[in-house]
Design a binder for this molecule. Structure first.
Ligand SMILES: Nc1nc2c(ncn2[C@@H]2O[C@H](COP(=O)(O)OP(=O)(O)OP(=O)(O)O)[C@@H](O)[C@H]2O)c(=O)[nH]1
Ligand SMILES: [Mg+2]
Ligand SMILES: [Zn+2]
Length: 329
């Protein structure tokens, strides 16, 4: 019989220590039992933030983790480019908040699409949050509107915010209320700043963006879950009712390239919603939508129903799948 007091949520992992949050709000520092069976030896981290664990309390106030609950889902990437090992960014996620910026630094649609494909593959709802909108000039607003249209048209919610001025932050509070939300994106896009704007009591460290490269400085170095309380006005809406439930924000280190795990060229188009809905019209069931005759996807690209940039990113991902060694999910 497991004691309910001895289970909790892993909110932070550093080296061999895991901070486990209990239902009453206490945090217990735990280690992993020496002979703990690692789930699949290809993962660099057997336990990730978001895992629910059972532990045995020790006399010194720490704990020994003895079991990990099955995961509802998790987001996994290659540990490094070309690596055969995978790294679990977080487990049991309700929402992927992909934080992007168009100016400083610029997030490419290629990067956005790789992350969206991964979210689709793991059945995790995803939204795109464009931060730093306070820095936009007319030209960047125009570019923004073009990029926004691509994703809006295929059903992904798009948000325009500024962590600096507070623009759009209320909409994000409604979005994340009562959920476990993972914030991911390049270094320097303002993930930590955004979390601070949602809950100013977090006081997360934010970095500079170096002038010469407009690249971030990898200020956040490990993933951490922050339980937050929302102060949304009670107006009786469904969102504000959710606000009384616990909300969890996961801040993560910036990602340079998103190394994807385990897709075959034949299945990739299932993770592009605008392709998924047209697949049954291709002549061949295993069509990869490149050079096959009677391809409904290529046809839709030609008529402009499928965005050519998304299609190009699709081709690029297939190419990288074919040149990389596959690793199983
Ligand atoms: N002008 C402007 N600057 C912002 C905004 N949000 C964040 N910044 C700045 O962008 C820089 C990077 O912000 P961080 O929050 O550290 O970025 P991050 O995504 O957490 O970066 P890593 O932790 O390195 O992955 C900081 O100097 C922030 O002050 C914004 O909305 N507008
Ligand atoms: Mg950060
Ligand atoms: Zn096809």
């Amino acid at each position: 019989m497991e004691n309910k007091d001895n289970q909790g949520l892993v909110i932070r992992t550093t080296g061999s220590w895991y901070n486990v949050l209990l239902a009453d709000g206490a945090i217990v520092e735990c280690r992993l039992r020496g002979n703990f069976r690692i789930r699949g030896n290809k993962q660099t981290n057997p336990i990730a933030v978001g895992d629910r664990v059972v532990f045995q309390p020790l006399d010194d106030g720490t704990g020994m983790i003895t079991a990990v609950d099955d995961r509802r889902n998790c987001i996994v990437r290659r540990a490094t480019k070309l690596s055969k090992q995978t790294h679990v960014i977080a487990a049991n996620i309700d929402l992927l908040c992909l934080v992007a910026t168009l100016g400083f630094p610029r997030t490419s649609t290629g990067f956005i699409d790789r992350m969206l494909v991964t979210a689709e593959a793991y059945h995790i709802p995803a939204v795109i949050i464009f931060n730093k909108c306070d820095l936009y000039n007319d030209e960047l607003w125009q570019l923004h509107n073009e990029v926004k249209a691509i994703y809006h048209n295929i059903g992904y919610p798009v948000f325009e915010v500024s962590a600096l001025t507070g623009l759009g932050i209320d909409a994000i509070k409604d979005l994340i209320a009562g959920k476990v939300s993972l914030f991911s994106g390049h270094s320097g896009v303002g993930k930590s700043a955004l979390l601070n704007a949602i809950d100013p009591s977090l006081h997360l460290r934010t970095g500079d963006v170096s002038d010469w490269s407009l690249k971030g400085k990898h200020t956040t170095t490990f993933a951490e879950i922050h339980p937050i309380k929302l102060d949304n006005k009670a107006n009786g809406s469904e969102e504000s009712q959710n606000a009384s439930c616990a909300s969890y924000l996961i801040d993560t280190p910036g990602i340079k390239e998103f190394g994807m795990v385990d897709f075959t060229p034949e299945e990739l188009s299932h993770f592009f919603p605008e392709m998924r809905s047209r697949l049954h019209n291709c002549r061949f069931a295993n069509c990869t939508h490149r050079h096959e005759p009677g391809c409904a996807i290529k046809e839709a690209v030609e008529t402009g129903e499928i965005n050519p940039e998304r299609y190009q990113n699709y081709l690029n991902i297939i190419e990288s799948i074919e040149s990389d060694e596959p690793i199983r999910r």
